[in-house]
Design a protein around this ligand. Structure first.
Ligand SMILES: [Zn+2]
Length: 276
């Protein structure tokens, strides 16, 4: 990646904070020359401003990365909703199928029983004894009873199918609506992601520029803290407390900060800078 940390005049598109930062940055470069050594008041202003800028850039990066991570989480949640709505629709469809199979089986049974009744009816006239006749009549009556029960059961099954079928359109439109929301969210996130990634690249470049202004002897300890803590790697000193963990810092530490030294909070490890 090409990082342009050149003079202010050539950065028409740079954000305001870098405009403000550059004069201090130039001073920081001067401070590392023999001519400017020992100028503590300038050193303080420069160090605090560099750290403040670094802190802001880290916070901006953390915020951008949070927003980037939110997209996939949103898609995952909508995907789950879609799965649930599809499962609800499938359950309705399965229920309809199951009831239809059961009703079809009962229909077949009914036809078979009706055929048996017809068959038995046809034998009635051929009966030779009264007892034979009575037995046939009893068998026919039993089959008629069974067919009556089957007819009722088939009717109930058809009514259940109708009732369940009525819930299907709502379930289907729910699936279609969530699918559309998912597609909309996906394209919206794709657009936002491109913008956010461009911002991440820009702020990362600014961060590299700002880091380049740190005194060389503190760069390594800064990088170590920044790598492990990110946006929590720095904190302003509010009164005599660390603005990150709110623990009090010693008067000696405040004095060191005023001398432009870069020191870490003993409690949370954040690099401290004096508030404006
Ligand atoms: Zn702290």
């Amino acid at each position: 990646m090409h990082i342009d940390c050149g003079p202010v005049a050539s950065h028409g598109s740079r954000p305001d904070f870098l405009e403000q930062f550059q004069p201090f940055a130039r001073s920081a470069r001067l401070l590392r020359t023999p001519f400017a050594s020992g100028n503590h008041s300038m050193s303080l202003a420069v160090t605090a401003d560099i750290l403040r800028t670094l802190h802001r850039l880290h916070q901006q990066l953390a915020d951008l990365k949070d927003r980037l991570a939110a997209g996939p989480r949103q898609l995952l949640a909508r995907g789950k909703l879609l799965e649930l709505s599809e499962a609800a629709r499938t359950a309705i469809q399965d229920n309809i199928k199951k009831e239809k199979v059961s009703a079809d089986q009962k229909q077949l049974q009914l036809k078979s029983d009706e055929a048996k009744i017809l068959n038995l009816d046809s034998k009635l006239n051929a009966c030779k004894t009264n007892r034979e006749y009575q037995t046939l009549r009893e068998q026919i009556a039993a089959f008629r009873m069974a067919t009556k029960v089957l007819e009722d059961e088939i009717l109930e099954a058809l009514e259940r199918i109708d009732a369940v079928k009525k819930t299907l359109p709502a379930a289907e439109s729910e699936v279609a609506s969530i699918k559309k929301q998912l597609a909309d969210t996906r394209s919206q996130i794709a657009g936002e992601t491109a913008t956010l990634e461009a911002e991440v690249a820009r702020i990362s470049g600014d961060l590299i520029c700002a880091e380049g202004e740190l005194p060389a002897d503190s760069l390594e300890s800064y990088r170590r803290v920044a790598k492990s803590k990110g946006a929590d790697s720095l904190a302003s000193v509010e009164g005599e407390s660390c603005g990150g963990c709110f623990q009090q810092i010693t008067g000696n530490m405040v004095a060191e900060l005023k001398m432009g030294k870069i020191i870490a909070c003993r409690s949370c490890g954040r690099l401290l800078y004096l508030a404006k």
